[in-house]
Design a protein around this ligand. Structure first.
Ligand SMILES: CC[C@H](C(=O)O)C(=O)SCCNC(=O)CCNC(=O)[C@H](O)C(C)(C)COP(=O)(O)OP(=O)(O)OC[C@H]1O[C@@H](n2cnc3c(N)ncnc32)[C@H](O)[C@@H]1OP(=O)(O)O
Ligand SMILES: [Co+2]
Length: 134
């Protein structure tokens, strides 16, 4: 079911500062910031040859990453995202296996314009896991 790693997401307290570090200090290609109001985050993507790093900071008062940053004020690894061929089939299989799908269970459109879902970290041995339909 999991086809490949789509991105590794890092929550940061200051997206501009983190973008500058990845761009200037680490010499990486970093996209312009995009505010994803529906998801309560502003993101940039660090483009690498073999995958992407998603840097994200909270957007708005109800950001789903606010509590994470309160526990990790300097930032940290937030989630992994994998590509799947059929996100609803993957969801149904995972729910049948006892995993919790976050939200109302219906995929939302993510930062790449593709349907995404999140699995509760408690059901993936402590790692918040995102699925994106290729
Ligand atoms: C989709 C757009 C974009 C893209 O790639 O396209 C994105 O990726 S947007 C990313 C931001 N959106 C989300 O993360 C949505 C899914 N996340 C959530 O719904 C919440 O973050 C949730 C439910 C995972 C945690 O929410 P919160 O921290 O407010 O709740 P709790 O404090 O009760 O946490 C419950 C339990 O989970 C542990 N936890 C929280 N965050 C993480 C994490 N990132 N990785 C691992 N574990 C995490 C937390 O410590 C609690 O553990 P417990 O043992 O129950 O105390
Ligand atoms: Co993501």
């Amino acid at each position: 079911m999991l086809l490949r790693l789509n991105h590794v997401a890092l929550a940061v307290p200051d997206l501009m500062a983190a973008s500058a570090t990845y761009r200037a200090t680490l010499g990486a290609t970093v996209s312009e910031p995009r505010a994803l109001g529906e998801h309560g985050v502003t993101v940039v993507f660090v483009e690498l040859n073999n995958t992407k790093i998603e840097l994200l900071e909270p957007l708005g008062d109800a950001s789903p990453i606010a509590a994470f940053l309160a526990k990790n004020p300097k930032g940290g690894m937030h989630h992994l995202c994998y590509d799947v061929a059929d996100i609803r089939a993957a969801r149904d299989h995972l729910v049948a296996a006892g995993a919790r799908v976050l939200g109302n269970g219906e995929p939302k459109i993510g930062a790449h314009g593709k349907p995404v879902l999140f699995l509760h970290p408690g059901d993936v041995h402590g790692t918040l896991t995102e699925l994106e339909e290729v």
